[in-house]
Write a protein that binds this ligand. Structure first.
Ligand code: FMN
Length: 352
């Protein structure tokens, strides 16, 4: 029998309306991505990682500052760092910005992060990892969640030892991406570890890794006992995958819908990052939206060459004129105003 992904669940006291969580992805999970994820069925969305190094010395390479809108809730904001007291301070700022959950990154495999003792390296230093979680849980009244890899080395089972200790230290939920840090994104996520972790703790577990379809989501939920699945790469330029996973509704999007979602994404991202930053940032999204056989390949190449985002919009509307009406409806439905800016930089060195 199929599981109903619209069954609510909760982390700490925070109710989450569906069993689908949108993954934090540095360089991807901008506000437009998170809001879109909510519209297509994600019950919980997560920010990119914000750097608590920004609290001490403001020289982190950054994409900008995090913006939180009212329709993103429930929202987890992810922080990374290695010093318990600095992380606790970052958590206070995250709470003040209106996050519902503070998520801690113990999964990032990128050298720039691990060499500072943050991210996945903390799986090798469980005492420090626990001190970080305890300090955050003490500092804020929000639930604390942790996102981790299986361990540093291939075949590692560190997550099974560290996970229960993090729960004892105060974690209200764990997300497991069961690849090693060394693997980066190669090979496959081994969700037999997710099943073992579920057995060892009494908090909800979120399963992350290689979930791109309803069939896969159902299989992972059923075989692991996880409370929810997380979708990352499968949702890049493809919110329709989220709808398929949650609601089994899988009509192919029309050209008008694709163009309307992409133009909305462009406009919202310009608002968040500014025109100059957004122009480069958005290029990778053209292929994600227009690929999958949806538009001819040269069309994407043409867009990437254009100098301004105005030209990109014009070219997109020329390819699907009816998209203007779809876009108008989408924009009408978005709440305006009421945003909070978090004064911590978004790190460009994400991963997990
Ligand atoms: C481009 C990219 C950036 C990522 N950035 C983060 C991050 O900032 N924090 C984090 O916890 N995980 C990050 N991840 C890992 C994802 O959240 C997720 O665990 C992983 O991609 C596996 O899920 P998937 O197969 O659905 O993509 C990132 C992944 C990608 C592809």
């Amino acid at each position: 029998m199929e599981l109903d992904l619209r069954t609510p669940w909760s982390i700490g006291g925070v109710e989450i309306p569906t069993r689908l969580v949108l993954a934090p992805m540095a360089g991807v999970s901008v506000q437009a991505f998170r809001r879109q994820g909510r519209r297509y069925g994600a019950g919980l969305v997560c920010s990119e990682m914000v750097s608590c190094a920004g609290i001490e010395h403001r020289n982190e390479k950054t994409l900008g500052y995090l913006r939180v809108a009212s329709d993103e809730h429930p929202l987890a904001i992810q922080i990374f760092g290695s010093d318990p007291s600095v992380m606790a301070e970052a958590a206070r700022m995250v709470a003040a910005a209106g996050a519902d959950i503070v998520d801690v990154n113990f999964g990032c495999p990128v050298k720039k992060v691990t060499k500072t003792g943050a991210g996945a390296t903390l799986l090798d230093d469980p005492d420090r990892a626990c001190r970080i979680v305890a300090a955050i849980a003490d500092a804020v009244s929000l639930p604390v969640s942790v996102k981790m890899r299986r361990g540093l080395e291939n075949g590692s089972r560190a997550c099974l030892e560290v996970g229960p200790r993090l729960v004892e230290a105060g974690a209200a939920s764990l997300t497991l991406h069961p690849r090693s840090a060394k693997q980066m994104y190669t090979g496959e996520a081994d969700h037999s570890l997710t099943a073992e972790l579920v057995e060892r703790v009494d908090v909800p577990i979120i399963a992350s890794g290689d979930i791109t379809s309803r069939a896969r989501a159902q299989a992972v939920l059923t075989t692991t006992g996880a409370a929810a699945v997380m979708v990352g790469r499968g949702a890049q330029g493809n919110p329709w995958a989220l709808r398929e996973i949650v609601d089994a509704e899988a009509p192919d999007p029309t050209r008008e819908e694709i163009v309307a979602e992409l133009v909305l994404f462009i406009r919202e991202t310009v608002r968040e990052l500014g025109e100059r930053r957004a122009t480069g940032f958005l290029k990778k999204f053209y292929g994600w939206y227009l690929g999958r056989g949806r538009f001819p390949r040269p069309f994407k190449q043409e867009l990437v060459q254009l100098q301004t985002l105005d030209e990109v919009e014009t070219r997109l509307f020329a390819a699907a004129p009816g998209a203007r009406f779809v876009l108008e409806r989408l924009q009408d439905e978005l709440p305006q105003g009421d945003e909070v800016l978090l004064d911590l930089p978004i790190s460009i060195y994400g991963g997990g």
